[in-house]
Design a protein around this ligand. Structure first.
Ligand code: GUN
Length: 291
């Protein structure tokens, strides 16, 4: 029987630590950390994700400042808002929920966010730090959440064969760099991969981030492997992942559930990144060793 990697329980524990750390600042009279969250349009999934992020912020004492812009907002208006938030000393982190409507150039938007406030870690300066293995950048939230989950359960990454299915900009690509940083041997599969099963069957750790429900079947995994499921899809009114959980769990040593696995860890990583952005400004003022 596989070990269930409980992202919900771990998130609860980490978020309580974050709450205490935030309180240690605010109790000394510092303003709370703050995250500006921008949602453009009415995509129902994005609305749910943004709501979850905002609620999680409030629960740990991070102030979330919400901007909801109409679907047809001109690109210059969004860029203008980000420009103001970059300058605002009271704002520690800026998050623009993706995807954006087609008339807005996503790259332009990501480039416009100040790297020091880019708690999503999508700016090339932060992606570059991930490649260069420089610790003071922001690592994108889903890869960071997965890394924390693996460490918590003592799942060794170094020297392991890791297959990532999905090479997207938000998860697959940065995750491959992070796992390489942790000294794994990484294979990345995408829609042009000739034979995905060849790679999934060999993996000690298989991470799927495609958004295609149940694309990973039991005959695609190695016996005893660790399975990380990043997918969140709706199938016949049920939330399911990329992995055919009920069948796959019989063959593997550990697996994340959907919901309750990677999803909560992504939000927890966002809180950690926001706290990191905040502490850069305030830590030297509270440090006892460096008065
Ligand atoms: N859309 C899906 N995942 C994410 C994420 O991690 N950050 C942002 N900004 N948008 C997303």
């Amino acid at each position: 029987m596989a070990l269930i990697l409980d992202g919900k329980a771990l998130s609860k524990k980490i978020r309580e630590e974050i709450r205490k750390e935030v309180e240690s600042f605010t109790s000394k009279g510092f303003r709370p950390p703050s995250l500006a969250v921008i949602l453009v349009g009415n995509d129902p999934a994005s609305e749910i994700y943004v709501n979850n992020k905002r609620k999680a912020c409030e629960k740990v004492g991070i102030k979330s400042i919400f901007y909801k812009l109409p679907e047809d907002v001109p690109e210059e208006k969004l860029l203008g808002l980000i420009y103001e938030l970059n300058l605002n000393e009271e704002v520690d982190g800026i998050l623009v929920q993706l995807p954006l409507p087609k008339h807005i150039d996503q790259t332009k938007v990501i480039l416009s966010i100040s790297p020091g406030k880019d708690v999503d870690g999508f700016h090339p300066e932060n992606m570059g730090k991930l490649i260069a293995q420089i610790d003071d950048g922001f690592i994108p939230c889903t890869p960071l959440g997965i890394d924390i989950l693996l460490r918590h359960y003592g799942i060794e990454v170094e020297g392991k064969d890791i297959t990532i299915v999905g090479a997207g900009f938000i998860v697959g690509r940065p995750l491959s760099l992070l796992m390489l940083w942790r000294n794994a041997t990484v294979s990345v599969c995408h829609i042009y991969t000739k034979d995905i099963k060849k790679f999934t069957k060999e993996a000690d750790i298989l991470i799927s981030a495609t958004g295609v429900p149940h694309i990973i079947k039991e005959d695609m995994v190695k016996e005893g492997a660790v399975i990380i499921d990043v997918g969140i899809s709706r199938l016949k009114d049920k939330i399911v992942g990329d992995v055919d959980f009920e069948r796959v769990k019989e063959r593997v040593s550990a697996i994340t559930p959907v919901p309750g696995g990677v999803g909560p860890m992504t939000v927890t990583a966002l809180l950690l990144n926001t706290l990191k952005a905040y502490k850069r400004k305030f830590s030297h003022l509270t440090s006892t060793t460096n008065p």
